[in-house]
Design a protein around this ligand. Structure first.
Ligand SMILES: Nc1ncnc2c1ncn2[C@@H]1O[C@H](COP(=O)(O)OP(=O)(O)OP(=O)(O)O)[C@@H](O)[C@H]1O
Length: 554
């Protein structure tokens, strides 16, 4: 191919070609000529632009513009310089898109990424490996209250020195090559959470640092507000709890001592859910009262509360009472059959008192009811669904009964979901005086009297051990009120009402009081365990000292 042929071919190429020699345009092909003819500018002006492009390329090749506009069309310029000449190629953007569809996708991607960068709500700050700011987005301007123009090109240390941002982390990220997170304070008093991420080049050097920032001032304020709201809520809860306890007192319940306050508040809380409750405590401590309280505070309050004393009935009668029976189930049965108490407790609460006295075979039947929530009447086959909440109570030590196989462990665990142990009255002396006042007002109202207890009488009652617990106290108050000769009940009126021992005794020495107290403990344990060996084991004493201490009392 000779030179003419070559120029002809180049002339027809769909790419603009300009050959420059210094400030002269030596040759240009048809695409360029067509462009110049369509362009509004004077050809000389266009020539000057070409020359400027060549000059820029010669001095700073990376800063030539990415697009070139000529004759109503956009071109991507490419420049090749040699000492003899400069060749400029202008690739029409339109053709590029058809020739290289991937390019259009990349341009779109680039555009999208730029948009994302610009509009990201989080601040994005890009510095080079030495800490000079390269790019910042709008989020960054907003977070730091600085203009992009005041940041780009500046070294990050300047921001710190001027107190604009403290601390800056770009250099540290570049130095360590590690991701770093911290909290910054800005010149406008904001708290900004930042994370700096290093970007590495092919040889593992940090080429850029990207810092992501978020204004947490509002978040921290919200946290403070939340903590305050929580504290307020707790206070309101405590007030409601106190009001609820006051409300419980209204119907004659005394829950004055700290342990009883705790129990009442636990009872009020478990009342709201259907969990099975096991109430333990000596006879007369108020287990029944707590069971009633739970029922009353529960969503089942409008349903029945059915109480069964498992220790009060012979086995067969207990079974038919609990489960009911079909007509003709056994001799002596009512003709029409009978619903059991469990059935009667439907949609209400079943209170199984003295559960420790339930015979083993009925324990199995009860366990089935608790598991399946259905019963079958004696002599029947039809299962009847029952929706009951179960509360059980006992004054016996069910755990040791389980160990002795007198009580089924599976039933024990089923019942013991929420254990409530009511302490003996002697362990909550703070309740004694309020109980005396409560019972006194009750009995005064019942008998139409106006009797009160003297301080000494109450002091005497405070000193008593109340082995019969609240029930004993209630009986003592009733007797004192109905038998007293005057309206003021003094200690002498309790004579014969309280067990003699306390009244007879002259003020005893400290030693005597301690001995009396020890003896009571041992007597109490004797009642429970029945022999001195068991008592010694339970109280952690030797058997001989148990015997000696018992003799001392005689
Ligand atoms: N906290 C209390 N406030 C007012 N009265 C109470 C309180 N606790 C118990 N009583 C009264 O004491 C008596 C005995 O209480 P309760 O029947 O609840 O005891 P218990 O532990 O169930 O006894 P038992 O084991 O013998 O069944 C009842 O008359 C009850 O009203």
């Amino acid at each position: 191919m000779n030179q003419n042929n070559l120029l002809e071919t180049l002339d027809e190429l769909p790419v603009g070609i300009v050959l420059l020699n210094g400030t002269d345009i030596e040759w240009q092909n048809a695409v360029i000529r067509g462009g110049i003819s369509r362009d509004d500018r004077h050809p000389e002006e266009i020539r000057a632009v070409f020359i400027e492009l060549a000059r820029t390329h010669a001095s700073e090749p990376r800063s030539i513009p990415s697009t070139f506009f000529l004759g109503g069309e956009n071109y991507f310029p490419g420049v090749h310089s040699s000492p003899e000449a400069t060749v400029m190629l202008l690739m029409p953007e339109h053709d590029c898109a058809t020739l290289f569809p991937e390019l259009a996708r990349l341009r779109q991607l680039c555009f999208d990424l730029e948009e994302i960068f610009r509009h990201s709500f989080d601040g994005i700050f890009v510095a080079d490996g030495s800490g000079v700011t390269l790019m910042v987005n709008e989020g960054c301007e907003r977070n730091y209250d600085l203009k992009a123009a005041d940041m780009i090109g500046r070294h990050v240390s300047e921001f710190e020195q001027k107190g604009l941002i403290r601390p800056v982390i770009a250099q540290q990220v570049a130095r360590t090559g590690q991701r770093i997170s911290t909290t910054q304070r800005t010149h406008t008093g904001k708290t900004i959470m930042v994370t700096g991420i290093p970007l590495f080049d092919a040889v593992g050097k940090v080429r850029k640092v990207v810092i992501n920032s978020r204004d947490t001032t509002e978040l921290l304020q919200l946290q403070d507000a939340l903590a305050q709201a929580k504290a307020d809520l707790q206070r309101v809860d405590a007030e409601i709890e106190a009001l609820r306890l006051q409300n419980l007192k209204v119907d004659g319940l005394v829950l004055h001592s700290e342990p009883m306050q705790r129990i009442a508040s636990l009872a009020a809380r478990v009342a709201k859910v259907d969990a099975t409750v096991l109430i333990t405590g000596h006879s007369g401590v108020g287990k029944d009262v707590i069971a009633r309280l739970i029922h009353r505070e529960s969503p089942r309050a409008n349903g029945p509360l059915i109480k069964i004393n498992c220790g009060a009935l012979p086995r067969d009668l207990l079974e038919s009472e609990l489960f009911g029976y079909e007509p003709g189930a056994f001799t002596g049965a009512q003709k029409q059959g009978k619903s059991g108490l469990i059935e009667l407790a439907h949609r209400g609460t079943l209170f199984l008192d003295e559960i420790g006295d339930l015979p083993l075979d009925l324990q199995v039947k009860l366990l089935q009811v608790l598991q399946d929530r259905v019963i079958v009447r004696l002599g029947g086959t039809q299962p009847i669904s029952v929706d009951v909440r179960v509360i059980a109570a006992t004054n016996r030590d069910l755990k040791s009964m389980v160990a002795e196989r007198a009580f089924r462990d599976d039933l024990f665990y089923r019942l013991n979901v929420v254990p409530i142990a009511v302490p003996p009255l002697a362990a909550r002396k703070d309740d004694i005086a309020p109980l005396v006042l409560q019972f006194a007002s009750e009995f005064n109202a019942r008998y139409g009297l106006t009797r009160t207890f003297s301080e000494q009488a109450i002091a005497l009652m405070l000193a008593h051990d109340w082995l019969g617990n609240v029930r004993e106290l209630r009986n003592v108050v009733e007797r004192a009120i109905v038998t007293s000769e005057g309206d003021l009940i003094g200690p002498e009126f309790l004579d014969g009402v309280l067990p003699g021992e306390l009244l007879d005794e002259e003020p005893s020495t400290f030693r005597q009081r301690v001995e009396r107290f020890e003896r009571r403990l041992i007597e109490d344990a004797m009642r429970k365990h029945g022999n001195t060996r068991e008592v010694a084991r339970a109280l952690g004493l030797s058997q001989s000292s148990v015997v000696r201490k018992l003799r001392l009392g005689k």
